[in-house]
Ligand binder design. Structure first.
Ligand code: ZN
Length: 433
């Protein structure tokens, strides 16, 4: 059994809790001193860092939300001067209200170590050829996995978002053994292999480490059967650092959270009350070691539960159940967060469009499709088909640009859209996640 940082990963719970408390106190002190947002937040609640003497007292602190991060765009949440920041990522690749996340050199080192942990826990090693099929860009996925994979000494191929035929060619010629991508991309790859008449059994691929999307056990079974690989789930939060927050071990009974670096809690998403171990609720995370971008009680919007029972792999770190759903409307497509409220903003900017819409997400041939039904003013329903087509194209381009995913647009009369909204919700996600 290989661990990357055995002492930490298998640390007795008592010692771990002591370490968490020490690190927590130092984080609270640091954010109070260096981040104006936190100082104002704590002052408003009449809390001084000295009050947070126990884990129990800690759960009385206010939450940090995505809205707080948006308000402090771009650098307001940084706890170090910019000259100490050596890397900048954003939470989405879209240009609209991303959260800008900074890393110090030490943060980057920690990040790659934490990714190395789940790579090893999923059985990857220095003998592997790891193909990273995430887009290399502002988004955290590709770089996070890349540096972790290098750290364990594997041979890393930054295949990025090359087209699928090329990905397959690389996979065959360079003898890739581990695929890193979203689960839906793995299924699409399986389809393409089938179309090309390539038998995955003839390839060297053994494992897949998948993240960036919510996916079911059924999808896992499909991937494993069709690509002849073992598939592992890992979990990241780009506001915290990206991948590396949690990952499955070979037991696949939940994802071990890196508790010595991130403190997890489960709350009731409605009331904000802390929930006891085992109960299902919203995951709240506090960074314990982040220098540039510390977050206190950050609401992830992901619904899960925590299992503090012992795991056969020997790791003592708590396991979180695989994410099944979120608390908000966020739609995750190919690892990209799509906020439906952005759609409304775009529609408001286009003359002839009304800010009324319905979003349909479907999975066809293992590719996700986003269809937006848009209400248009009556006089837009001109008889000329050509004009109508160019109008659709205009809306499609504007939405695609803003959301950074391909969007299909269907124009509807306001009345028929309202009829449709009576029968089904504003966001219909028919994918079986
Ligand atoms: Zn385990």
């Amino acid at each position: 059994m290989a661990y990357w940082e055995e002492q930490s990963e298998c640390c007795p719970r008592e010692d771990l809790e002591q370490l968490q408390l020490e690190r927590l106190q130092s984080v609270i002190n640091r954010v109070y001193k260096n981040v104006a947002f936190y100082r104002a937040l704590f002052d408003g609640e009449r809390i001084v860092p000295e009050d947070v003497g126990s884990l129990d007292a800690f759960t009385k602190l206010p939450f940090t939300t995505k809205k707080d991060l948006e308000k402090n765009y771009p650098y307001g949440m940084f706890a170090v001067p910019l000259r100490e920041v050596v890397r900048i990522h954003t939470t989405t690749d879209t240009i609209d209200t991303p959260t800008v996340v900074g890393y110090t050199a030490h943060d980057l080192k920690t990040w790659s170590d934490l990714v190395a942990r789940f790579l090893l826990s999923g059985g990857a090693s220095r003998d592997d050829v790891i193909q990273v099929s995430f887009h290399y860009g502002l988004f955290t996925g590709a770089f996070g996995l890349h540096h972790g994979a290098e750290k364990i000494g594997a041979s890393v191929i930054p295949a990025s978002s090359e087209n699928t035929e090329k990905q397959i060619r690389i996979m065959q010629d360079y003898r890739t053994t581990v695929l890193v991508s979203t689960p839906s991309y793995a299924l699409f790859l399986a389809d393409t292999l089938e179309e090309m008449g390539i038998d995955p059994k003839q390839m060297m691929l053994k494992k897949g480490l998948f993240g960036g999307e919510i996916w079911s056990d059924k999808t896992r079974a499909d991937i494993q059967e069709r690509l002849y690989i073992e598939a592992f789930d890992n979990y990241g939060v780009s506001e915290l650092m990206g991948p590396g927050i949690a990952g499955e071990c070979r037991e696949k009974q939940g994802l071990h959270i890196v508790e010595d670096h991130v403190l997890p809690e489960i709350i009731d998403p409605e009331t904000g009350e802390s929930l006891p171990p085992g109960k299902t609720g919203e995951l709240v995370l506090t960074t314990l070691t982040r220098e540039a971008f510390p977050l206190v009680r950050y609401r992830t919007g992901d619904i899960t539960s925590l299992d503090y029972g012992t795991c056969a792999c020997g790791r003592t770190m708590v396991r979180m159940k695989r994410i099944e759903r979120r608390t908000d409307d966020l739609i995750i497509i190919k690892g990209i967060n799509v906020d439906p409220h952005q759609i409304e903003k775009v529609l408001l900017e286009i003359e002839g469009c009304e800010p009324h819409y319905q979003v349909i997400v479907r999975r066809e041939n293992n590719r996700d499709h986003l269809v937006v039904n848009v209400a248009v003013s009556e006089n837009i329903f001109f008889d000329e088909l050509r004009l109508q087509e160019s109008f659709v194209e205009k809306v499609r381009t504007a939405l695609g640009r803003r959301l950074n995913v391909r969007v299909d647009v269907k124009l509807m009369e306001r009345k028929s859209l309202e009829e449709s909204l009576k029968k089904s919700p504003k966001i219909v996600d028919s994918r079986e996640l």
